[in-house]
Ligand binder design. Sequence first.
Ligand SMILES: [Zn+2]
Length: 280
Amino acid sequence: MQAALPEYEVYALRYATREAQRRDHFIGGDPHDGPMPMDYYVWVIVGAAGAYVLDLGFTAEMAKARKRTFLRCPVESLKLLGVEAGDVRDVILSHMHYDHVGNFDKFENARFHLQEREMAYATGRHMRYHRLAHSYHVDDVVGMVRLNFKGRVEMHAGEVEVAPGITLHPTQGHSDGLQSVRVHTRRGWVVLASDATHYYENMMSNRPYSTAFHIGDMLDAYRTLERLAPTPRHIIPGHDAYVMKEYPAAKPSLEGIAVRLDSEPIAPAIVLPETGGHYR
Ligand SMILES: [Zn+2]
C-alpha cells in the first residue's frame, strides 16, 4: 500500500501592489473598463521537513525603478510566518520575470527549481526583443546562471515531484518556461498557478494576459491548471487582488499581509462580468 501523502500548509504573502485598469490585463483590452489593481505575491508551502518557497518577489530598489508600491520585503514577510530565508532548502521559481526571482541572493542555502526551458528562453535569442525582455532584469538572469555554475539550480524538463505531495508542471505561454505547482493539502490538491493565470478572469474567459510569448500555449495552460485541480476553486492565480479577500488571514495579526490557501474560501467565487455566470 502506498503511504498517505503529507498535507502541507500553503500561504500567499502580498508584498507589493499597483493601480491598473482592466484593459491592461487582457490581450485585446476589455470592453468594461475600470480599475483592476495588480497585487504581487510570494507563496510558501510548509511541511514537517521545512518550508518550500515559491517565487521570491522583487526588491525595494526594483519597486522604485518600476514604480510599484512596495508593501514589505518578501523575505521579511516570510519571517512573519516563522520562515527564515537562510533555513530554506528549496526555492521553486515559476519563471524568471523580475517580480518572481529578485531576492534570490538572500536564500544562501537553497537550491532553485526551474524549468530548463525557462533558462533557455531567458538566455536565448528572443531576449533581443524589448517586448519580451522587458519583464526580465538581466542581473537576475545572470545571477541564476552563476548559481547554476555553483550547482545550485535544479533544472527540470517537464513534470517533476519535488517532494511527496509537491509537483511541478509546465504551463508555458506567458514565458516560454513557466511552471505551476500542485500541493497536497487538507482540502485536497491546491494549484499555485503563478503567472499561468494572472487573474481568475484570464482563465475563466480564455483571454490571456497582455504579457505573452505564445498565446496558444497560454490558453492550453488554463486547461492544464483545470486538469490538475479538483475544482476551479483550488486554483490560485498569480496576481489577483481577490485572493486576499477570498481566503482567511494566516493569523489575525497578518490581516492584509498573508492568507492561508489550504483553508476553505471565505468569500464567494468570482463572477464574470460579461455573463454574470459563476466560475464553477
Ligand atoms: Zn511573469
